[in-house]
Write a protein that binds this ligand. Structure first.
Ligand SMILES: Nc1ncnc2c1ncn2[C@@H]1O[C@H](COP(=O)(O)OP(=O)(O)O)[C@@H](O)[C@H]1O
Ligand SMILES: [Mg+2]
Length: 257
């Protein structure tokens, strides 16, 4: 089972879209996929038309128990519009966790522990992480084998990225194996100077970590999310889906799956 996390300490950069788009493409290729929503905003949960204010069970339950049983994990899982993709949804209660978790030992591995119980059930897990550094992001980074960092190609993006890279370095001090990451430039528009300049700068600074291609601005992503279907289920020939499909091919080689 391959576990990928998607994180950036900045909102609106395409994290949730990246997770759902890649999940859709992997499902199209026959893989059994689990999406995990660790963002208290629950955008991914809302994407699939569940209400993060109303759901009874969510990933929050994993933090309420020291022993995690398969039974409890099973109670959390929800189907999506794609039969190959299941969702571990978020509820807004997750937002209270950062406060409650202070001083509690060992909460950083709750998601990793739960996923271990599901290792024969899914081929791939994609974890959508919140934009704040806290117990939820730490769980995402601790559970994954490879990290994807969507970066919006615009003027201020590099500052936010510096913060994320400091977090990765911090996490690496605690991990046995170094966490490798791939930067995914998003919202690319080659007719906009700041977009082009940002991409050039990214290539100069992080030549080894850049994804093979950029994700362009593509209005189809928003349409897919309003319908609650993966972008490739809506239209597998759109420029955005084609970009994620190329990224996925190279990622497979890089993250060893
Ligand atoms: N490449 C793109 N082109 C156009 N719109 C996009 C693109 N990626 C994401 N979006 C839209 O931008 C908004 C923010 O994206 P989202 O994935 O939710 O960001 P994040 O999870 O980082 O906050 C959503 O409405 C989404 O549909
Ligand atoms: Mg999001």
């Amino acid at each position: 089972m391959q576990i990928l996390a998607i994180a950036n300490q900045k909102g609106g950069v395409g994290k949730t879209t990246t997770a759902v788009a890649l999940a859709g493409l992997m499902a199209d290729a026959g893989k059994r996929v689990l999406l995990v929503d660790l963002d208290p905003h629950g955008s991914m949960t809302s994407y699939f038309k569940y209400d993060p204010d109303e759901l009874e069970n969510s990933v929050y339950d994993l933090f309420m128990q020291s022993q995690i049983s398969l039974n409890r994990v099973d109670n959390i899982l929800m189907p999506t519009t794609d039969p190959q993709i299941d969702l571990m949804p978020a509820t807004t209660a997750l937002a209270t966790l950062e406060r409650k978790a202070v001083g509690q030992e060992g909460l950083g591995l709750q998601v990793a522990k739960a996923l271990r119980l599901l290792k024969d059930r899914y081929d791939v897990v994609l974890i959508d992480s919140p934009p704040v550094l806290g117990v939820l992001m730490i769980n995402a980074l601790a559970a994954c084998q490879h990290l994807l960092v969507p970066v919006q190609t615009e003027y201020l993006a590099l500052k936010g990225l510096d913060r994320m890279l400091r977090t990765i370095n911090m996490v690496n001090r605690a991990r046995k194996r170094k966490l490798e990451f791939t930067l995914i430039p998003t919202f690319y528009d080659r007719s906009v100077a700041s977009s082009v300049n940002c991409l050039r700068e990214l290539h100069q600074r992080y030549p080894e970590q850049m994804a093979s291609t950029v994700v362009p601005v593509d209005a189809r992503f928003r349409v897919a999310s309003s319908k609650g279907v993966t972008p490739s289920a809506l239209d597998d020939s759109s420029a955005g889906v084609q970009a994620y499909s190329r990224i996925l091919r190279v990622l497979g080689e890089r993250s060893g799956s």
